[in-house]
Design a protein around this ligand. Structure first.
Ligand SMILES: Nc1ncnc2c1ncn2[C@@H]1O[C@H](COP(=O)(O)OP(=O)(O)O)[C@@H](O)[C@H]1O
Ligand SMILES: O=C(OP(=O)(O)O)[C@H](O)COP(=O)(O)O
Length: 396
């Protein structure tokens, strides 16, 4: 892997693609600086070597127009605070103004460029636009894992203008390493816990990981398609009838590959999809009409506990219940606690993909698992086994 450590940035201007696509409140304040903190080690390495850092990112989806609500100037103060260096801002990312600001940058200084997506050329992966970006730095570093699944000008195309002078930042390297630990080099038994709403959105991941794991826990809304496919009654639970054949095929493939699949045996069922619904514990395959399964039941959690505590490598993607409602969050919290215990016992645990991180943060598991990914879509695509264009561009 072409990592940062092999480079010395003394007197170099490093053009760094970061993912500062962070949430802002109505006063345009950063409400979660995790992605900024995650990019800090790379920026500090460049500065400590005696180089300067030019940071480029997108924020939101302005669709090729200058939208002041999505200006990166809103986050400049936060970046300064996190990095501990006063960050300069220029209200463009290409052209004379940006080039002048980059030129004037001295060793130890940091410049933040305006939103890349103010130009439609960014998302189109336009070569001329990428070349203009490349004029700003001597070296290109990609540290934007959250955007590594996009073949955009700043994440992918720009790399070709830096032959021999491009590398991954520490964050991207850490994300790649975490994925490899689960998918290739992890100590056995390797366990994947897949939850979330629908089978259809996880199917490629399931098929890909069947070759990598020893155990697979399936939870959340996906459960009911598997249960109904095997002849169970799921009542009003979320179920994709058109995916039942696929569910049976997954179970068959798992058997052939020697993967132990663990499905819920009981559920917390509710008479309404609401926080105030009446609830009762029911067997997963005997849910009457008028009731729907919204969380894992007690026997299920006992089973999950054994499997999780027996695992040495754990991947967790997707909640096992409707965690947004307190009444149906217990299963997801319990799974988080079991993963915490397994991690304390020496297992490696990775959480990521989609909105999984939201659940982990809500319940304070961030510090308790080995690694929480900074990428939603990028992690999902990695778990699907796809090569991310942002990663390929550095390796080429
Ligand atoms: N039994 C269930 N019935 C309906 N929705 C569920 C159930 N279990 C989990 N969910 C929902 O799944 C959603 C997350 O699904 P998904 O987006 O696929 O996960 P992720 O984003 O983590 O990959 C959550 O909003 C959660 O409420
Ligand atoms: O936040 C992001 O993606 P994520 O919400 O899937 O983690 C990235 O910054 C990518 O943004 P995009 O999905 O607008 O290309």
């Amino acid at each position: 892997m072409k990592v940062l450590d092999g480079h010395n940035f003394e007197n170099k201007k490093a053009l760094i693609r970061v993912d500062f696509n962070v949430p802002l409140n109505e006063k345009f304040e950063v409400t979660d600086a995790n992605r900024i903190e995650a990019a800090k080690p790379t920026i500090i390495k460049v500065l400590e070597d005696g180089g300067s850092a030019i940071l480029m990112s997108h924020l939101g989806r302005p669709d090729g127009k200058r939208n002041p609500d999505m200006s990166l100037k809103h986050i400049c103060a936060k970046v300064s605070e996190v990095i501990g260096v006063s960050v300069k801002f220029v209200d463009d990312c290409i052209g004379e103004k940006a080039e002048k600001a980059a030129q004037e940058l001295k060793s130890g200084e940091v410049l933040l460029l305006e939103n890349l997506r103010y130009y439609s050329e960014e998302e189109k992966g336009d070569e001329a636009f990428a070349e203009k970006l490349s004029k700003l730095g001597d070296v290109y570093i990609n540290d934007a894992f959250g955007t590594a699944h996009r073949a955009h000008a700043s994440t992918t195309i720009v790399a070709k203008f830096f032959p021999g002078a491009k590398c991954f930042g520490y964050l991207l390297a850490k994300e790649i390493d975490a994925i490899e630990k689960v998918m290739q080099t992890g100590e056995k038994p390797v366990l994947a816990i897949l939850g979330g709403a629908k089978v259809s959105s996880k199917i490629t991941i399931i098929e890909n990981i069947l070759d990598k794991v020893d155990d697979l826990i399936i939870g959340g809304g996906m459960t009911y398609t598997f249960v109904k496919a095997q002849g169970g009654s799921v009542g009003d639970s979320i179920c994709e009838d058109d995916k039942m054949e696929l569910a049976m095929d997954i179970l068959k493939q798992a058997k052939e590959k020697g993967v132990n699949v663990h499905l819920p045996v009981d559920v917390i069922a509710a008479d309404d999809f609401s926080p105030n619904a009446k609830t009762k514990v029911l067997d997963v395959d005997n849910i009457p009409n008028g009731w729907q399964g919204l969380d894992a039941g007690p026997k299920t959690l006992e089973n999950f506990k054994k499997v999780i505590l027996g695992a040495k490598t754990i991947l967790w993607n997707g909640p096992v219940g409707v965690f947004e409602m307190d009444a149906f969050a217990k299963g997801t919290i319990a799974v988080g606690n079991f993963i915490d215990e397994a991690t304390q016992n020496g297992a490696f645990s990775l959480v990521g993909g989609g909105d999984s991180v939201a659940a982990v943060k809500q319940f304070g598991f961030e510090e308790k698992v080995s690694y929480v990914s900074t990428g939603g879509g990028a992690m999902l695509e990695s778990l699907e086994g796809r090569t991310l264009p942002g990663i390929a561009a550095i390796n080429e």
